[in-house]
Write a protein that binds this ligand. Sequence first.
Ligand code: 5GP
Ligand code: ZN
Length: 121
Amino acid sequence: MNESCLFCKIVAGKIPAKKIYEDDHVLAFHDIHPQAPVHALVIPKKHWASLDDVGAGDRADLGHLLERTAHCARELGVAASGYRTIINTKAHGGQEVFHIHVHILGGKALGRMVDARAKEG
Ligand code: 5GP
Ligand code: ZN
């Protein structure tokens, strides 16, 4: 646990969250500021600050995180219609919380990423 990390505090139960799924390695909960009808975050219980902090030895944990993300999307009822997963990494990626997390966004048709890129120039 990283004492100054918001998501480590959620893992430790020191900050409340609306939990969706939990096992020994992963926790999923609803985003506090949803950007879509369904907006969940799936995090490893182990603290990695960002995707850039993951190494070859973490492949099994990362695989579990992504597989459980798919499981959560099914539990949330968005798997059949489809959803978007996002991992923001560091400043230019728009990362605000430095404990790696996978966003699940769904519940409506989302704009294509190429459209979003065009708008941002
Ligand atoms: P990032 O920009 O780092 O990829 O996304 C961080 C996400 O965490 C944001 O979507 C933000 O709304 C969410 N978030 C920040 N603080 C909290 C919190 O205390 N609880 C929950 N459930 N989500 C949070
Ligand atoms: Zn952390």
